[in-house]
Design a binder for this molecule. Structure first.
Ligand SMILES: Nc1ncnc2c1ncn2[C@@H]1O[C@H](COP(=O)(O)OP(=O)(O)OP(=O)(O)O)[C@@H](O)[C@H]1O
Ligand SMILES: O=P(O)(O)O[C@H]1[C@H](OP(=O)(O)O)[C@@H](OP(=O)(O)O)[C@@H](O)[C@@H](O)[C@@H]1OP(=O)(O)O
Length: 382
């Protein structure tokens, strides 16, 4: 079925999209403007109610009772939620789960999240290299041997950013430390033993000077949009010397508004650090990361080396970011869902429970009215 216009769509077919988010995400994402635009186009967003007091099996049953949905979008983590989704899917295999927990899982570790970038093969026409800053993991940050062995022999060069290895959305997982030299690292990990940096596995990622600008690329399926955000300032050789032994703590710095345009000549750089990356490069990069991760909803942070405008680094990938910050996110999201739900190769999206074996046999002999079925998740990526 093709959606021709808003009114045709609303009259022809309505789609139920269940959503499950933490309260903060629900508040920012589920805006009246989104509900209105989606509804005009045949999409009804339905909140999924989550009750903590239920047993795992009761919770799974409760989700089934709230169905069926054409599609579930979610940003909840943990075994309990994954189990609910699994049970739900066995009852309603035709529901698209966006995105599958197994694919999201990879983003919860700052090493595995970036492996997709290292494996990328970008078109050489861009004359741009994309990589991940040098990084090492300290599994036992409180062990002086571990620090010594992992930071020697150029494994990373200072300054570094110490990031919790686990990226699970908690406040602790966003706690970062800019560490200027080995002395600073010792202070961070061995002197103050109460910080999460000293008690949990951490990633030491080389700090790359990047003109105080981070480019955030928001992806929704095949759609990708790049925006600019404020970041940490570059560190000069003099500052490095003057900051001996220092550690700077910060958190969610790139949530700050877009940086002010500056006169590039004043910055002493050969290029304008605020200039957006070429858009076809951004699209190609987003496509590569999307296909590698098998995810539809994410954003990633890219920085450009101040010393080499052809060299970019991906430093972070986030699942289901703050889309409401994007102009026209209502349209982009609605179009994405409609395209997915009305694609002929997708399942026919009849909202019926999974059939038993006997019913299946009967159906087979009857007719073959469904599309190729095949799991509600993996076939979404072209
Ligand atoms: N290797 C790096 N070199 C230079 N700056 C960096 C580097 N890594 C991170 N930063 C700066 O620190 C900020 C936070 O880092 P990162 O994105 O890894 O943390 P996060 O808590 O996961 O962020 P978010 O709030 O986007 O989830 C970045 O937006 C960027 O400004
Ligand atoms: O809340 P915001 O709108 O700021 O969205 C942020 C989102 O928080 P939320 O999921 O709790 O909403 C973060 O998720 P967690 O890592 O903490 O899971 C992460 O994705 C940030 O990158 C998003 O900021 P953005 O990249 O879009 O600026």
């Amino acid at each position: 079925m093709k959606i021709e216009s808003s009114s045709d769509a609303a009259a022809a077919q309505r789609y139920r999209i269940g959503y499950a988010f933490a309260p903060k995400k629900e508040q920012s994402f589920i805006q009246p403007s989104l509900l209105h635009h989606a509804s005009q186009n045949g999409i009804d967003f339905v909140p999924i109610s989550i009750t903590d007091s239920l047993s795992e099996e009761e919770a799974a049953e409760a989700l089934i009772q709230q169905g069926p949905f054409h599609c579930i979008i979610h940003k909840l983590y943990g075994h309990r939620w994954n189990h609910q989704l699994k049970q739900y899917s066995s009852k309603y295999p035709q529901t698209l789960i966006l995105d599958p927990p197994d694919s999201i899982e990879r983003l919860h570790n700052r090493v595995s999240m970036l492996q997709v970038v290292s494996a990328l093969k970008l078109n050489s026409q861009f004359n741009i290299s994309v990589s991940v800053p040098k990084q090492v993991v300290l599994q036992n940050p409180q062990s002086p041997d571990s620090i010594h062995n992992n930071t020697n022999d150029g494994a990373v060069e200072f300054p570094v950013i110490a990031k919790p290895l686990l990226a699970n959305g908690s406040a602790k997982s966003h706690e970062m430390y800019l560490v200027f030299d080995p002395k600073g690292l010792q202070t961070l990990l061995l002197t103050n033993t109460t910080t999460s940096a000293s008690t949990q596995p951490i990633l030491l990622q080389q700090f790359v000077n990047h003109g105080e600008v981070v480019f955030k690329v928001y992806v929704i399926g095949e759609y990708a949009q790049c925006v600019k955000r404020s970041s940490l300032p570059d560190i000069s050789e003099q500052q490095l010397t003057a900051s001996e032994g220092q550690v700077l703590r910060f958190s969610q710095i790139s949530n700050s508004p877009q940086p002010q345009e500056e006169d590039e000549h004043g910055l002493g750089l050969s290029h304008d650090p605020h200039e957006m990356p070429p858009s076809d490069f951004v699209q190609e990069l987003a496509r590569g990361i999307r296909l590698g991760l098998k995810l539809n909803f994410f954003n990633f942070d890219v920085i450009r080396d101040s010393g080499n405008p052809h060299s970019y680094f991906v430093i972070d990938i986030n699942y289901f970011p703050g889309y409401a910050k994007l102009p026209s996110y209502e349209q982009v999201l609605t179009n994405f869902l409609l395209a997915l739900l009305t694609t002929p190769t997708q399942k026919d999206h009849q909202l019926e429970p999974a059939t038993t074996e006997e019913e299946e046999e009967e159906e087979e002999s009857d007719h073959d009215h469904l599309g190729d079925g095949g799991g509600g998740d993996a076939s979404l990526l072209p």
